[in-house]
Each structure stands twice: as C-alpha cells, then as structure tokens.
Design a protein around this ligand. Structure first.
Ligand code: CTP
Length: 418
C-alpha cells in the first residue's frame, strides 16, 4: 500500500505537561514524524518526571526545549523561535495545572510561554493551539478545571477529548487522554482546508445483510472502507457527517455521527426521512438488490432431506434512486461497483438514477483492499481519479473526491435538474 504523509511540510510544536499519559506522547511523536511533520518538543519539569527528554529527542531527531533560560538559543528567545512559522502547537498531555496556567495567561515555564507567545493571527499567520487533556476523573469534573477549560477554549484553544475508561489511579471515568491515533486524526482535521464548512453530508457504506433465517443470510464482500474514508475526508473538510453503515468491522471516523443498520430496508428507512435536511448524499453502500421474500423464524434444518431448499426473492428498494427523486433532494453521488465495462455501466446508472455524478470502481479489485482507483462520470465527461489512473490509498482518493464534490456543490442549487 502507498504510504500517506498527511503532515509533510508541517512544522509542529508538541508540548508535554506532567502526567502519566506522557508515555502515550512518545507514540504520538512517532506517528507525527511518520506522517512527515517536523516536530519540536517542549517539556515541562513535571513531564520530565514521567518520560525523559532523551526519549523525545531520539524520536523527533531534534533537541528538546525545557527551559526559558536555555543558553543554546542564539537570541535567548526559544518561545519566539518555536512559534514563528509553526503550523500548530499541540499540548498532549495537558494537565489540570497546565490548563489553569493557560486560562490565566501565565508564562513562568517555557510551555506556557510558548502558548502565550504564539501568533493569534493579528497581522501574522495564526498558530492554532490544540489541547489533549489528561487527568483523574475527579480533577476533570472539578468546577475549577471546567472553568479553566472553558476559558482556554474561549481564548481560542481547541480541546481534543477526553476519553472515558480505566485510569492509572485505578478509578474509571472521564479524563483519559485520547489515543495517539485519535490525536493525529484530530490534528490532521484541524490543519485541513474547509471547502465543506457549513454543509451537511449523509453517506451510506458497507454491505447489507438480508436474513434467510436467524443464523443465515445473503450479503456481499464490501468492507465499507471507501465509504468510511469519504466520511472522514468530509469531516476533515468541515462537513457535519452522518454515516449510515451496514455490518462492518470499522471504527467510526472521529466527529462523525454513525447509524448502524443491517438490511437494505433498514438502510432505506434510516436514509430517506433525513435526506432532505442534507446538502450532499453519497451512496457508497453495496446494497443487496434482493432479499428472501420470507424470513424463516427458526433455523432451516436439513432433517435428512437430500433436496436443497429454494428461496423466493423480493427486490429491495433502490435507496439512491429514491433520494435522487425527492423534490428537495440533496446533491447525489452514486457509486458503481462493476466487474467489467466500467464506464458503460456507470453511465447507464447515472442516467437511470438521474444523478449529477457517479463514481465507478472495479468491485472485485477493490473490495476489502486499502487501495482503489476511481472513474468520475457525469453528463459531459469521464475522467480517472487520480488523474494518472494509478491506484492510491482510499483516504487519499476520498480527499480528492471530496474536493471535487465541494467544487461541484458550490455551483449547484437544489432546484436545478440533475
Ligand atoms: N444503491 C442503492 N440502493 C440499492 C442499490 C444500489 O442506494 N438498492 C446505490 C449504491 O449505493 C450505489 C449505486 O446505487 O451508489 C449503484 O449500485 P449498484 O448495485 O452497482 O447498481 P444497481 O442499480 O443495483 O445495478 P446492478 O446491480 O445491475 O449493477
């Protein structure tokens, strides 16, 4: 699979304040560097009690800044040198004490000073501040902490988390730092352009499962990966995303509302009522075309019979065609998963379902894989995505598709014919 470098060319400051979650920051740093970022680490004294500066230096490949009075800085101003030209300051973990210092605008340690000195955007390119808090659940819910968090957010910080679960102290509750992967996803989103800001997108993904009896059913090989990647890309692009998912084993992209369904009828019932409230509908689900006409209440038994059972099938509703036929329909994007004659079949579906855009891909080649290649088919043209037609990973393709769809959506109004 092609390796993605989502943070290539980005310069980040990663700050660590004191807390047991510092051990997760080593993994976070490794992911940031792997994603292509240049990372400058700043540690408070408290952080150095939990993890050494040498560990973070080895992982970042750069010296770690720990003090305001560091003589190694030629101009003696590490807080200015670190923040000018940075793309973001990320504090993970952000302790209760550190958030209190931020809320008061204090500057007696280097990390607080860095946060205070970062450009807010008046005459300079703004440097966003992201905080991944980590603390005991009682500390988290304390009114003083909540007050300080609200103040930090009002002053422009973005809060990432917190997670719920087991805590190092043995208690269970809110206050865990997000996992490194989740912080990376949030950071990537924070740094992404927002062509879908203010837009609402509804998307279907995965296969459907049509029950024959309580233990058997008809389904297909769709993994849902492409749809989940598009949901993530749309959220990165600023959309409010609702994902209606068939039975798949995939984590929900962060910030996405997920509705789980099993059958085509359930997917239809989840989608249709809310479709008009959305600007965009993307149908990536591999919806079963037929379902058993009747559901056997009990498991169908062989009982020594030599003749295999036969099943009558009923046609499932076409969800995409039904949404595209609504008077107040959203902009509809269909997918065509074919095994041959991709362009021809995709174009037939574009016309039959009355869509402005359909995306073709070769089903057997892509189902369950991490890479894919797409063909964009509209009334006027056919073109591959990416332009060179070479397979790319599904998130890269999803981002390119969302960029394309955002452009089309800007020039489209609900009343316009497809
Ligand atoms: N689709 C849908 N509801 C269905 C069938 C398909 O919403 N009952 C959507 C899919 O999510 C996809 C597009 O329609 O966006 C094309 O689906 P596909 O199954 O490939 O097309 P069909 O119309 O079923 O044609 P065929 O099975 O003959 O290829």
């Amino acid at each position: 699979m092609t390796e993605r470098r989502d943070l290539a060319g980005r310069r980040l400051v990663l700050g660590l304040s004191g807390g047991i979650a510092c051990y997760k920051s080593a993994e976070l740093l490794r992911l940031l560097v792997k994603a292509g970022a240049e990372v400058h680490v700043v540690m408070t004294e408290g952080a150095q009690r939990f993890i050494t500066a040498e560990t973070m230096q080895a992982l970042s490949g750069r010296p770690v800044a720990t003090g305001i009075w560091d003589a190694a800085e030629p101009n003696g101003m590490p807080h200015i040198n670190l923040t000018r030209g940075a793309d973001a300051v990320l504090v993970a973990p952000a302790s209760a004490d550190f958030i209190a210092r931020l809320a008061q605008g204090r500057a007696e340690d280097l990390l607080s000073l860095v946060c205070l000195a970062r450009p807010l955007g008046v005459g300079e390119h703004p440097v966003p501040l992201l905080l991944a808090p980590a603390m005991n659940r009682e500390m988290w819910t304390h009114p003083a902490t909540q007050r300080n968090l609200a103040q930090a957010a009002a002053d422009g910080a973005t809060l990432l988390g917190v997670a719920h679960g087991d805590q190092a102290c043995g208690e269970v509750g809110d206050g865990r730092m997000l996992e490194a992967e989740a912080i990376l996803e949030e950071l990537t989103t924070a740094l992404s352009p927002k062509p879908l800001a203010g837009r609402k997108m509804l998307i279907t993904a995965g296969p459907t499962f049509e029950a024959i009896d309580p233990v058997r059913g008809i389904t297909n090989l769709s993994s849902g990966k492409m749809g989940f990647a598009i949901a993530r890309a749309a959220r990165e692009a600023g959309a409010e995303v609702t994902l209606v998912a068939g039975p798949v084993h995939l984590d929900t992209p962060r910030g996405v509302r997920r509705i789980n369904v099993r059958s085509a009828a359930q997917m239809h019932d989840a989608v249709l009522p809310q479709a008009p409230a959305h600007d965009l509908f993307v149908a990536t689900a591999a919806v079963a075309d037929w379902r058993p006409a009747s559901l056997s209440a009990q498991k169908i038994k062989k009982d020594g019979k030599k003749v295999a059972p036969t099943f009558e099938l009923s046609e499932n509703p076409d969800i995409l065609a039904a949404v595209a036929a609504l008077p107040d329909r959203p902009y509809c994007v269909g997918f065509a998963a074919e095994s041959e004659k991709l362009e021809q079949h995709a174009r037939e579906k574009l016309l039959r379902k009355k869509l402005p855009l359909i995306v073709g891909n070769l089903g057997p080649a892509t189902f369950g894989q991490d890479d894919n290649a797409l063909l964009l088919v509209d009334a006027q043209s056919t073109r591959p995505l990416p332009a060179d037609g070479r397979p790319a990973d599904k998130l890269t393709l999803a981002r390119a598709l969302i960029e394309e769809v955002a452009r089309r959506l800007d020039g489209w109004t609900r009343s316009a014919a497809a």
